[in-house]
Design a protein around this ligand. Sequence first.
Ligand code: ADP
Ligand code: ZN
Length: 705
Amino acid sequence: MDDPAHILHSVFGYKAFRPPQDEVIDTLMAGGDALVIMPTGGGKSLCYQIPAIARDGTGVIVSPLIALMQDQVAALRQNGVRAAFLNSTLDPASARAIEERLLAGELDLLYVAPERLMLPRMLDLLERARLALFAIDEAHCVSQWGHDFRPEYIQLSVLHERFPEVPRIALTATADEPTRREIATRLALENARHFVCGFDRPNIRYRIAQNDGGARERLLRFIQDEHAGDAGIVYCLSRKRVEEIAAWLSGKGLAALPYHAGLPAETRALHQTRFLNEEGVIIVATIAFGMGIDKPNVRFVAHLNLPKSIEAYYQETGRAGRDGLPADAWMAYGLQDVITLRQMLETSEADDTHKRVERHKLDAMLGLCELTTCRRQALLAYFGDRLPAPCGNCDNCLSPPESWDATVPAQKALSCVHRTGSRFGVNYLVDVLRGRDDERIRRFGHDRTSVFGIGQDLSQNEWRGVFRQLIARGLLAVDLEGHGALRLTDDCRPLLRGETSLWLRRDLKPEKRKKAKAGARRAFRTDADQQLWEALRARRRDLAEEQGVPPYVVFHDATLAEMVELRPQTLGELSRISGVGEHKLDAYGEDMLAVILEHGDRDDAEDDDRPDTAAETLQLFRLGMDVEAIATRRGLKATTIYGHLTAAIERGEVDLREVLPLPEDEIEIIRTTLSEHGGTALKPVFEALGERYSYEVLRCVRAAS
Ligand code: ADP
Ligand code: ZN
């Protein structure tokens, strides 16, 4: 049996455990139970994967999400681990084959959906197998108060009764103390060792921009300036808005796809697959999207609407940067969001207790938006975590906003609400304050009130900012009828009487803000590094296509970035890169190394007297050499040469027929099969053609289409 540190190194290619992974693993290795609360991206999976491999028998992983299960199994297999899943997507024969492998002790890990696990037949089967452990992922699904409640999870305590000697581990990223207690009780984990980690996600840069109009233009600028070519998620409140934003971004040349519960299941599945398998796809979604997506290289999460609570905000933004590399959580929020959410809450059917809780949550969210100090400190404090110093990686830390004494304007605004009879919305109130010449105002006689024209010192936008913050702080309430009329609350009395003062955040103009910060985008030191990065990504995409898996399952971005940084020159050096285990070294080592060697080491690159390698290939090709001959002559792999030629075909510099000595009808068959399969994944095409043509050939034909 292998020891955990050795498995970490040889199978996963990582150098060291991230605390408390080692302690969790030790607990399970010694036969104990564990409850692990760790933020997204913290590294929960290794906590059960390594003991499942190291211990005798199979580790059974309970996971509620089929997509996630398949992803994890694909990733494990890439590392040479014997993993499988049992869920409703399998036909009976495949399921039976997996059951047989389980009984024969040929599986390290078996992922099972909870409803399937609880079937008497499945439990009997497990009794006949050797079990290393049970892992219950997304354990917060057992909580009846949470939004992810799954009734099947309640029954999981049966595991403890039927298999008392098998160690169990429950894991979640959901933070709060009541949920934690509920998990422990319902899963009979009171005696388990608890591991509770901090919730900080230091690589995520939190940014909340004030917005009154023009949110989508700002979003576009944000994506173009800081995340060109990156994958991201944009959240909107309604389906209609999702469609509209996705279409608009697509019109601007971005690969943006809509996702919401109103779309046909096939469309949703297709969009999700494209998001996972292609680079740089942006999903525009309602909150229906996200559960079960563990794509590690989501570089930004943008909100075009205010989430209902900090919990929701934290969960949604948490989908960015699971790989630990810099990522942005970006939000645009304005007066209308505040009004809409306040109204939704007040007019909801919920009972009073429930409403009070919701109101409290919304207040906390609004407080976070209006904050002038470190956002991360406030976020973590909300979850009971303390960050001793400001983070230096949020908008408020990077460009501290000013605050200003708004006591007098606030008093004017409040009086204006009162004197006009608490019947009007923000636009009207601002017109009265600014003394606008308006038929409606005259008709109501408000041009003769004491508040008419007393606010000419502030612009219309500044007044909107004042009203937004008064509503956000609960000094003004929004009417129940949904017309947006404002009225005073009891909380505003001390301010009106002059007993307290009020300091508000000064909204920055977008231009000013833009200069003040630098984005979280990856920046390589030299153009040569950037080129190598692109080349490695292209090679990874090809390899992933051949396997029919998402690119990040082959190598994470972090691993490629380290290759760019260290430029390993031998397989031995390559094996020391984090994320390159023995199995991946075997499978992909030579391919990646070929790309790196072809780009020279950094010193060469900086001299930049290196001939353009693709051009050199092209030159030899034009001299009449074929692919094999060029590869031999240049000491490169044939796949690399094909890569150069594919690019040349795409640019129209070389004719397909010169590269591929195939009869026209065969090329036509390939072309038809490609277009039948939509052209994104090559594996199905490869198989549909009876594996007669190599991936290189398929790519050449695709490039010519
Ligand atoms: P979680 O399930 O907690 O969200 P994962 O288990 O998916 O997180 O891990 C997040 C990322 O961190 C993955 O890319 C994983 O490979 C990587 N990772 C986990 N543990 C380590 C480690 N000890 N060293 C390096 N990378 C790690
Ligand atoms: Zn900060």
